[in-house]
Ligand binder design. Structure first.
Ligand SMILES: [Zn+2]
Length: 278
């Protein structure tokens, strides 16, 4: 049966960074994918005004949506103002009910950024309410279980006992770089600047190949690290021969919500990991 995947990030590039490989696997099966950004991204720049930046980042998400064949929703909340308010809770509840996901993945509850942490909390807050008809009765409550997971965040958040799934993204990497390259305001302007890097090392917009190479150098180490951290799991899922050869991976960890990704339900949600052609 077809499944529906919702990735809920705080900013208009988080889902792309942490889960666009998984989104591509879902789309290969013609399964529906929704990316949500709980904030509009309007603080992620050192030069642009907030309204102009929010509009530009919306256009960047539209380019990603077209490239991946997904729906991308950006909430109107300003950056650094994602909080577990009732207003934001009900907006997310309504959005997720309308999409009716089978799997929701969000930031780890112990993430570094307050917008990420509160996004995680909001997802947890609505996880049970998806099925409670008296909350937001204007949108019908779901009559199915939705499983929940966290994006892998960093080494300290890896719980050895937590159920996890790791995805080989080596064959998807060049497409993933093309997806990330749509966020020009971030990867070629804001993130190099806020990271204190030498801005003259960022290739000019006209040199698209150099820009992708620049992104590759910036972004691949995190996914190489993820593959190394989840090496045992990759070997279980893909077999020892392929598992130990995986160079880059995305990883998803069971979230402590009422209905969580687990050993009992993951196979239907990740069928590309259970066959020989994974
Ligand atoms: Zn973010």
């Amino acid at each position: 049966m077809k499944k529906r995947l919702a990735l809920v990030g705080a900013h208009p590039d988080d889902c792309d960074i942490l889960g666009s490989g998984l989104a591509m696997k879902y789309r290969e099966l013609d399964w529906a994918v929704l990316f949500v950004s709980m904030a509009n991204g309007d603080a992620g720049h050192h030069e642009m005004s907030r309204p102009a930046l929010a509009a530009r980042r919306k256009r960047e998400t539209e380019a990603v949506a077209a490239r991946l064949g997904i729906e991308y929703v950006v909430m109107p909340t300003s950056d650094c103002e994602v909080v577990p308010s009732l207003e934001q809770r009900w907006a997310l509840l309504r959005l997720l009910r309308r999409f009716a996901p089978d799997l929701v993945i969000t930031h780890h509850a112990a993430d570094y950024h307050p917008d990420h942490r509160y996004t995680s909390q909001l997802v947890g807050d609505v996880s049970y309410l998806l099925k409670v008809p008296h909350c937001c009765p204007d949108v019908p409550a779901l009559r199915k279980d939705t499983m929940h997971a966290f994006f892998h965040a960093w080494r300290d958040t890896v719980r050895p006992d937590a159920f996890c799934v790791a995805l080989d993204i080596d064959a998807l990497w060049s497409r993933k770089l093309q997806v990330l390259a749509q966020h020009e305001s971030q990867f070629f302007e804001w993130l190099p600047w806020v990271g204190g890097g030498d801005m003259s090392s960022v290739p000019p917009a006209a040199d698209t190949k150099a820009r992708v190479d620049f992104l590759d150098a910036q972004r691949s180490p995190a996914f190489v690290r993820t593959a190394d951290l989840y090496r045992d799991r990759l070997c279980e899922l893909y077999g020892p021969e392929r598992g130990c050869r995986v160079g880059k991976a995305e990883a998803f960890v069971s979230a402590p919500f009422p209905t969580s990704l687990s050993d009992g339900n993951w196979r239907d949600l990740f069928p590309f990991l259970t066959g020989a052609d994974a």
